[in-house]
Each structure stands twice: as structure tokens, then as C-alpha cells.
Design a protein around this ligand. Structure first.
Ligand code: PMT
Length: 401
């Protein structure tokens, strides 16, 4: 079923008569569950006011590239990172030309260059302009670069012409947006993901843990479901809602996470270890609350089992993907973990930057796999990054027998 729950859709509106339909597009996207923000070109504001689109989207509408106030709040780079999808509807012939040329001469085209999110274009123009060789070439260029298109419909146009060029209906555009997230790349595969921190108890009220929020692992679970996988999420203690169609198993300690992972193995083709597992746990858990005594206290810690290495070592085990959380020498340490833990892939993220990694909404990663495979994924929202990681896994996965 089409849906866009928890998706951030940035709607770019350019200046054509179909701009008035942006109001209906916002509604259609919201009905599928999306959060919508709007960027308008100067021309678009001649056809529909920012106030209308602000009232409908429930968010301020962005119109200026050089707006000091906006840059302090949600500036062009923040907007670009916020978006899980950049939908430009209507996309005029002029906007298609500027996008194809890589121009950044207003807010809309600048965000299009700056965003790592997929680009979906819903063109609208006169039928002759749509058929013109220049437009045909621009559309081909944009498609070759990975842009997606909602082909314009045929019919009577505002100018009186009949032919192709009329922007597709808002509900169909919203459905096309939703279908971009439902790739089917992992249809028939079973994915198990660990997420969040572990808690290693000291006594009934105290524990050792870390700042993992679970957001990255939950985003991966969502992306795996969207890719058609049967998905199990083994979650440490986090405050997040379970994504739809995900089977969730809650655990607290590393030992419990290991047991849950081993139990899930018979139903697992791909294992993704995103959890921040405590490497050590207290050697003993006090049955009673530990009392204060003296100025110092010593706690003896013992090594926890390495969950991902245990799974990777299983004969006929799943395709195993680990994460590497590093504060320095990211690639060197991650390559070492890839080899030492016998992983099929590792996602290295820099956790020294508070804007990415632990407990943030964004992340950036370098993905490595054996045979010197490498792909850098620039900073993006965790939903976007998760989708890119799932896509890479689908590409690298051995073909099912
Ligand atoms: O949860 P968020 O706030 O969204 O933050 C996401 C994240 C930063 C936690 C995530 O992107 C991440 O980097 N997760 C791995 C954190 C970690 O423990 O990294 P590590 O380099 O210490 O461990 C390497 C790999 O071994 C990881 O796949 C880890 O899950 C696994 N491991 C580690 C120790 C252990 N005892 N068992 C394991 O399976």
C-alpha cells in the first residue's frame, strides 16, 4: 500500500500555471503520511502565494537563496539535508534546463544540487515546449543522472493546445513519490538488524550504556521493509516507535542481544549489526543497590561476546554487515574490523562529529567490502542514508540460488 509515513518531502514549485496544483499535491502527500516543506521560485509566486502553501504545509515556505534569517534557521543546506525526497512539481521547461545545466541561480536549483535525496520531477508545459529538442535533451540528461520523472499527461492544455505536457494529477504524483521508497530490491529476503545501545547492569538501578538512540538501525529496518524484505529488529532500550511491518524483539544487555540474534538466524539472509554493543560488562551484578563507601570505587569489567563476529563465523551464515563507530582513522580502523570480524560489508561512521553518528538525525558513512570495495555516502538524513545502504547491500549480495 502506498504510504509516506515519517518521510520528509521537500516540494519545489516553479512558475507555470500548474503551480496552483501544488496545494493539492501537499494535501495528497500529507494524506500518505509525509511531512512537507515548500521551496518556491520567483515565478511560482506569481501563480500561487507562499502564504497559501505555508497554511497547507504547516511550515514556513522558502523563497530566497540569500536570506540571512532563513540561513540561521532552515537554510538551503539544512533543507537539502532534511529532505528524504525532493519533488519538483510543476517542473517548467526553464527549471528542467537549469537543472540539466547544473545551475544554482535560485533557492530551488541550489537545493537540487545540494541534496543527496532522490529527485522526482513532474514536468508541466506547453506540448510544443515538451516536444522541443532542447527539453527532450534536458530530460534525458536528468534521467541519466538518476532523476525520476512523472511523465506529463496528454490532453487539453491551459493555452488551448492539445497534447502531452499537462502535469499529472496530484494523487498520482504523490503515489509516484511513495513508490520511490518501495523498491522491492530485497523482495523475498529476510533481514535481521540490531539497533540501539545495550545496558550492562551494575545493580538493580544502575548500568553502563552509551548514547545510541537507535535511529540509524530503525531507519535501516524501515528501508529494508520498503525494499520488500521480511524484517526483524533486535532493539536495545530506545524510545522509538516500531516501523510498520517490522517484527521487533526488545533486549537490554549484549548477552540478550546475542541470544536473540542467534535465535533469529534460521530466518536470516542478511544480518546488519547497527547496535552500539557494550564491549565490556560488570563482572558481577549486585543483587542490592550498591552503597556509597569511600572516595573511590573500582568496578571489574569482563569482555562481552562479539555478536556480529559470532554471526559472521557461522558456517552458511547470512550476508553479514557491521558498523564501525570511529573518532579517528575511520577507514583504517573500519578495514581492520571488516577483516578481523570476517564481515561481508562494513559501514564506517565518524562519531566524533556531534552532528552525525550517535543520537543525531543525520549521518555520513564510508562503506567498505572485501576486494577494496568502497563507496562514500555523504551526509544525509538517516532515512536517506539507510536507503542508500540497503541499495548497496542489494547490489553486493550474492545472487540467491
Ligand atoms: O543509534 P544512533 O543514535 O542512530 O547512532 C547510530 C550509531 C552511531 C550507533 C551506528 O551508526 C553505529 O556506528 N553503530 C555501531 C556502533 C559500534 O558499536 O561500533 P563498534 O565499532 O564498536 O563495533 C563494530 C561492530 O561490531 C558493530 O557492527 C557492532 O554492532 C558490533 N559489535 C560490537 C561489539 C560487540 N560486543 N558485539 C558486536 O556485535
Amino acid at each position: 500500500m502506498a504510504h509516506l509515513f515519517n518521510r520528509n518531502v521537500l516540494l519545489g514549485v516553479s512558475g507555470g500555471i500548474a503551480a496552483y496544483k501544488a496545494a493539492e499535491i501537499i494535501r495528497a502527500l500529507q494524506q500518505l503520511g509525509a511531512t512537507v516543506r515548500v521551496v518556491m521560485t520567483h515565478g511560482a509566486q506569481e501563480f500561487i502565494t507562499p502564504l497559501t502553501l505555508q497554511a497547507l504545509s504547516g511550515n514556513p515556505v522558502h523563497t530566497q537563496l540569500l536570506d540571512a534569517e532563513a540561513e540561521l534557521g532552515m537554510g538551503h543546506i539544512e533543507l537539502a539535508r532534511w529532505a528524504d525526497l525532493f519533488l519538483i512539481a510543476p517542473a517548467t521547461a526553464d527549471v528542467l534546463a537549469r537543472l540539466a545545466a547544473g545551475r544554482a541561480d535560485d533557492l530551488l536549483t541550489t537545493v537540487a544540487l545540494a541534496t543527496p535525496a532522490p529527485l522526482l520531477l513532474a514536468p508541466a508545459m506547453n506540448q510544443q515546449m515538451w516536444r522541443d529538442a532542447a527539453t527532450v535533451e534536458n530530460v534525458a540528461t536528468l534521467k541519466a543522472r538518476g532523476a525520476h520523472l512523472v511523465e506529463p499527461a496528454e490532453g487539453l492544455q491551459a493555452c488551448g493546445d492539445v497534447g502531452p505536457g499537462r502535469m499529472e494529477e496530484p494523487t498520482l504524483i504523490a503515489q509516484a513519490a511513495s513508490s520511490l521508497f518501495q523498491s522491492g530490491l530485497l523482495a523475498g529476503r529476510r533481514v535481521v538488524i540490531t539497533a540501539g545501545p545495550t545496558r550492562e547492569a551494575l545493580d538493580p538501578v544502575r548500568y553502563i550504556s552509551n548514547n545510541s538512540s537507535g535511529k540509524m538501525g530503525f531507519a535501516l529496518a524501515r528501508a529494508a521493509v520498503d525494499a520488500g524484505a521480511v524484517t526483524t529488529l533486535i532493539a536495545g532500550p530506545v524510545q522509538l516507535a516500531t516501523p510498520e511491518h517490522v517484527q521487533r524483539i526488545d533486549v537490554a544487555s549484549a548477552q540478550q542481544m546475542l541470544e536473540a540474534s542467534l535465535s533469529a538466524l534460521p530466518q536470516c539472509d542478511i544480518f546488519i549489526a547497527c547496535a552500539a554493543v557494550a564491549d565490556y560488562r560488570p563482572a558481577a551484578v549486585n543483587a542490592q543497590k550498591i552503597k556509597k563507601s569511600g572516595e573511590e570505587m573500582t568496578i571489574t569489567l569482563v569482555r562481552n561476546p562479539d555478536i556480529v563476529a559470532t554471526i559472521a563465523a557461522k558456517p552458511d551464515g547470512p550476508y553479514t554487515v557491521g558498523f564501525a563507530a570511529e573518532t579517528n582513522d575511520l577507514v583504517a580502523y573500519a578495514s581492520d574490523k571488516l577483516r578481523r570480524k570476517s564481515l561481508d560489508m562494513i559501514i564506517a561512521n565518524d562519531v566524533s562529529d556531534p552532528e552525525i553518528g550517535f543520537n543525531s538525525d543525520s549521518n555520513a558513512a564510508t562503506v567498505l567490502w572485501p576486494g577494496n570495495g568502497r563507496q562514500d555516502l555523504p551526509r544525509a538524513g538517516k532515512a536517506t542514508l539507510a536507503r542508500q545502504i540497503i541499495q548497496l547491500i542489494a547490489q553486493q549480495l550474492p545472487v540467491a540460488e
